[in-house]
Write a protein that binds this ligand. Structure first.
Ligand code: C2E
Ligand code: CA
Ligand code: CA
Ligand code: CA
Length: 279
């Protein structure tokens, strides 16, 4: 039973219901992963749609399981949130991402921003602001080079407290972005209550942008809403030139996606930045 469980857990996503036994196996694996440092980060470039330049990257976690190889975050972030392990994992992500950004700067590359995903559960944790401040202090990364991508969710039970923390982070100079915009429970109320500087159009609205009129209408409306609220608008999951051209001609600010680049290891980001030179 152990063996099938072990193989099966690879196929669960946060939407699926794993059996209790499979969940426990995955959980045990995750605990080990935290202790044994089995994680790494890839970095996906974010590009300015007008200039075509890379202005930042998003850190995306990978789990290198000793037997199962690379495991996607879609398969373990949900359980990490449920179990609270996301706090330790998220702290590692923050510290590693900030240090990596400083390493690129130290190598003489043009400074870019670093975006880090922060789950709703991390916002509930008491010491979030302190943890972020420590990651900046240890790495010496300027606060204005850090952006946190947040998703609003029912899990964020104490909205007032989370919004309070966002205000503290903003006061430190850190930017906040709403991730997966349009897919959550109450995106519009999040726009009203979160002190954010940008919003990210979810890739589910981008994938059929070339020929789905509804998706085109949604993208155009989100861009115009964002701009009216003085926010920058970024589209994720841009895979084709048609999608990029549509977004550009509808005044979207930034894009991210396989068309420009997949998530990359640090040395490949350095190569791209090197080729691009300083502005
Ligand atoms: P997300 O934050 O919405 O990240 C975008 C996902 O789309 C990433 O998947 C990225 O690799 C993928 N992607 C980028 N460009 C394209 C494209 O052109 N086409 C397609 N089809 N996909 C594209 P990934 O890396 O598997 O991450 C999945 C999710 O896991 C993320 O979704 C995020 O919610 C979560 N995640 C990843 N890293 C972290 C982390 O460090 N902390 C937390 N809390 N969550 C994370
Ligand atoms: Ca994200
Ligand atoms: Ca997300
Ligand atoms: Ca997304």
């Amino acid at each position: 039973a152990k063996e099938t469980g072990n193989n099966r857990f690879l196929f669960y996503t946060r939407e699926m219901n794993a059996s209790v036994e499979d969940k426990l196996l995955l959980l045990e694996g995750l605990r080990n992963a935290v202790e044994q440092q089995q994680f790494s980060l890839l970095y996906q470039p974010k590009v300015d749609l007008r200039s075509g330049r890379i202005f930042g990257v998003e850190a995306l976690i990978r789990w290198h399981h000793p037997e199962h190889g690379m495991i996607s975050p879609l398969r373990f972030i949900g359980l990490a949130e449920e179990s609270g392990l996301i706090v330790a994992i998220g702290d590692w992500v923050l510290r590693t991402a900030c240090r990596q950004n400083m390493a690129w700067r130290a190598a003489g590359l043009a400074p870019i921003s670093m975006s880090v995903n922060v789950s709703p559960r991390q916002f509930e944790e008491l010491r979030l602001v302190e943890r972020v401040a420590l990651a900046l202090e240890d790495s010496k990364l300027p606060a204005d080079a850090l952006e946190l991508e947040v998703t609003e969710s029912l899990i964020m039970r104490d909205l007032a407290q989370s919004v309070g923390k966002m205000g503290e982070l903003k006061a430190m100079g850190i930017s906040l972005s709403i991730d997966d915009f349009g897919t959550g429970y109450s995106s519009l109320s999040a726009l009203k209550s979160f002190p954010i500087s940008s919003l990210k159009i979810d890739k589910s609205f981008v994938s059929e942008l070339a020929d789905n009129l509804d998706d085109q209408a949604i993208a155009m409306a989100v861009i115009s809403l964002g701009h009216k609220l003085n926010l920058r608008v970024i589209a994720e999951g841009v895979e084709t030139e048609q999608q990029r051209d549509f977004l550009r001609s509808n005044d979207c600010d930034e894009m991210q996606g396989y068309l420009f680049s997949r998530p990359l290891p640090p040395d490949e980001v350095a190569t791209l930045l090197q080729a691009q030179g300083w502005p």
